[in-house]
Ligand binder design. Structure first.
Ligand SMILES: [Zn+2]
Length: 171
């Protein structure tokens, strides 16, 4: 089995990396219905080849993710694939997350996130100093790239400049 990091089975089924078996089953049924030839017949369908390969991909994704053993193996493959393939650092094509999707950890004064790819808990970490390195995202906010400490996945984080810097320390 080869794991593609450009379109993971999670992405194919449109489920989160922490989706449980019930959610995966539901997502699978929905996807299959959407791509079922009966649903699209009538309209001239030029995408027959595409849709049949999509269906087999959806099935493969479901078969893998609904089986705990296969899923574990797949997750490991994904991690490896992410490590070998790497990412360019321009940020192009990276998944973008808002800082709100991070959890703030008071004791470490850090924003933590479970990696969407390898699912290592809190493996993506941002501290105040990191946020000061952000660059203008051209939309009035800031953005920066951060790497998962576990599988080396890069993601892009967008956030607004906080006005509450006086909180940092009353010097
Ligand atoms: Zn990771």
């Amino acid at each position: 089995m080869t794991a593609s990091i450009s379109e993971t089975f999670y992405e194919i089924l449109s489920v989160g990396p922490d989706a449980d078996t019930q959610q995966i089953k539901k997502a699978y049924r929905k996807k299959i219905l959407q791509t079922h030839p009966d649903k699209t017949s009538g309209s001239a369908n030029n995408n027959e080849d595409t849709s049949s390969s999509t269906v087999s991909l959806i099935k493969e994704a479901y078969d893998t993710l609904s089986d705990p053993t296969l899923r574990e193996q797949y997750d490991q493959d994904l991690t490896k694939a992410a490590q070998t393939q790497g990412y360019n650092l321009s940020g192009d094509g990276l998944d973008t997350y808002s800082l709100e999707s991070f959890e703030y950890d008071d004791s470490n004064e850090a924003w933590l996130k479970t990696c969407p790819r390898c699912q290592a808990p809190c493996s993506i970490k941002l501290i105040e100093e990191d946020l000061e390195q952000g660059t203008d995202d051209g939309e009035g906010g800031l953005e920066l790239l951060v790497q998962c400490g576990s599988c080396s996945l890069w993601i892009k984080v967008k956030y607004m400049e906080e006005g509450d810097e006086e909180e940092v320390e009353g010097r």
